[in-house]
Design a protein around this ligand. Structure first.
Ligand code: DX5
Ligand code: ZN
Length: 216
């Protein structure tokens, strides 16, 4: 069995020492850099935009996993491709024409992800799951780091795993929000392939050791 992938969320990094924290992820056993983009409209918070992501990209040595919490993400697909994103994830709730958006992300040379808010059923992906490279199950309401994990996520991950298997999809299951050693093992057992962790990694005493411990 493939080892779990860990994607530390730079939202919890020290922005005054961004290069240091990106390099910390480079040197760790983490697999991807998770980059949260918030527009203050889709979610009640603004994180960072293109110039900061460009600076991250300059130092990052692992794939960039970009999570867009923005309305009308189609407008920025070409820009994120130019910034070197490997995965570009849009929210189901922000896309009126999700199938078109997914195809546009792939046509731009990236892997396409779809994120689901805690209230959004995994069954709603039934008709697009074969086209998707990653599904990000939000285990908190998006917008902020450091929130409490919603336990219903375990059932959602199991349901999503069945949907993926039944449809012969190759989509990876990512879980994002409140991930820690308290839920990682159960999430992996439920079918998670990628764990995003912000606060649990960057607020810990030894982030590299914390990443290693999540890898199991
Ligand atoms: C929340 C973001 C998450 C966040 C996770 O809206 O999508 O990626 O940074 O942070 P923690 O791990 O602190 O919940
Ligand atoms: Zn995220």
């Amino acid at each position: 069995m493939q080892k779990i992938k860990i994607a530390p969320s730079l939202l919890a990094a020290d922005f005054g020492n961004l290069q240091r924290d990106v390099e910390l992820v480079n040197q760790s056993e983490a697999d991807w850099h998770h980059i949260d983009v918030m527009d203050g409209v889709f979610v009640p918070n603004i994180s960072y935009g293109m110039p900061v992501i460009k600076a991250i990209q300059k130092h990052a040595t692992k794939p960039l996993d970009v999570h867009l919490m923005i309305v009308d993400p189609d407008r920025y697909i070409a820009k994120f491709a130019a910034l070197g994103a490997t995965y570009l994830t849009v929210h189901y709730e922000a896309c009126t024409h999700l199938h078109r958006t997914v195809q546009a992300i792939k046509a731009a040379g990236m892997k396409a992800g779809v994120a689901l808010n805690p209230h959004t059923s995994v069954q709603l992906l039934e008709n697009v799951i074969q086209d998707v490279d990653l599904v990000c199950v939000m285990s908190v309401n998006p917008g902020f780091g450091g929130q409490s994990f919603i336990p219903n996520t375990f059932a959602k991950v199991k349901g999503l795993k069945s949907l993926i298997t039944e449809n012969g999809s190759a989509a990876l299951i990512e879980v994002d929000g409140g991930v820690s050693s308290a839920n990682a093992t159960d999430l992996i057992a439920a079918g998670a392939d990628v764990l995003v962790a912000g606060s649990f990694v960057f607020k810990s005493e030894d982030p590299k050791a914390t990443i290693k411990s999540l890898k199991g």
